[in-house]
Design a protein around this ligand. Sequence first.
Ligand code: GDP
Length: 480
Amino acid sequence: RLLLTGQGMTTPDRLLGGLLAEGVDEKSCHSRYQSAMYRRNAGRKPSPYLATKLRRHEALQRRCGPGTAAYNNAVEQLRSGENIGSSECKYLVSISYRGLGNRLLAAASAFLYAVLTGRVLLVDPSNEMGELFCEPFPDTTWLLPPDFPLVSYTNFSVGTAESYRNMLKNNKVRDQPLPAFAYIHLDHDATKQDQLFFCDEDQRHLRDIQWLVMRTDNYIVPGLFLVTGFQEELDMLFPEPDTAFHHLGRYLFHPNNRIWGLVTRYYDAYLAAVDQRVGIQVRVFGIQPESPELLEQITKCTQKENLLPEVILGTGTEEPAIVAARKPPLSKAVLVTSLKSWYYEKIKSMYWEHATATGEAVGVHQPSHEEYQRFGAKSHDAKAWAEIYLLSLTDVLVTSGWSTFGYVAQGLGGLTPWVMYKPDNGSTVADPPCGRDISMEPCFHAPPFYDCRLKRGADTGKIVPHVRHCKDVSWGLKLV
Ligand code: GDP
């Protein structure tokens, strides 16, 4: 695991090419500077412009964040319902809800929007968001303090009176004074008017409102790339647009020391010593039964794509001869993550009961099987986060289409996954069983279908060259 310094070897870059700032007390967050030692794939390099921008943003978070006079002032104004347009500090509150993958994609999206608009990002600490990560910004907190005056903000929904859609409907976007806050609704049930958020004119309306509260469970970043006013800045931040989440995720999401213990103990015990690590994410939805078809899809995919060896089926007489001078075979570790243990049991038995055609030794491991998705259960989220992170430490990754859990793992790992598609007919094996994705980016599942300049419906997968439709969710958008 450790890249030793010596001839031809380099020490891992603990600051990830300038993505991370120096100076955070290592004991408070081991993962922050240790993660590079656990990654064989060092990942892509951030642009120097991104690094500089992040340092400037950290300074903004410190200057305006909770506990500062500027923050107290802004909260006072919010309480009084006034908006003083000239205030130097503006804020974006990101509501946290749904599964962990969704929450991480939402927080990364909100962060990029905050960076682009010079806003301080404050994350709603509910649903464990305050208990799984280290603070990303040195010497300040990104968690929204408990005395936030909009007491019912976590209930904001499509019908909330202060939504941007209602501001438009009631012709209030040009009103002076501006409202003290506006609510941005980008959940699955967002209307076309809510989605005007992705247009330049609407961004101008929102620019001077001191507080924005945003609800999304989606990776809205491809939508931000559609906003003409952001494009020049985004080009400089991400000269390689397909690395947006890779960098945002590695910058923001550091497992706290408790989760880092789960990650490193598992990695050291089961994954560190082998020649190659193969991650397989088997997302089982609802009470879906054990599916022999899905199992077949997994084995077909991994064998057809040469990620795992085929096995020699038969009576045992075909067993390869044992070579006298024993040389350890090449070894592979398969990391299966799933709510169920059945798939893991089957794959593990297959590689124990049969020899591999290549002679490779294949070990199969699964950290947990929680059986059902649960909401608000502490150890459940901790395991989910550790498993997402472990998947991101593998060398090759197979994911289940549609799953934000897999998206986060592939982005953190810098891995373009093989995606197992959902079969058209629930009971047959998808053909082909999987395919290489077009990039490591997450898919934006609920994008706008509107051309802001032409003011009419449009295929948003055809407007800018690096925003394309996803393979797993055909109407979704992703960066390439
Ligand atoms: P998505 O629903 O697949 O997009 O992923 P999310 O992460 O948003 O929500 C699924 C939730 O179910 C996770 O956050 C976990 O709590 C749980 N879950 C799903 N698959 C796994 C798994 O393989 N391991 C663990 N530990 N939890 C899982």
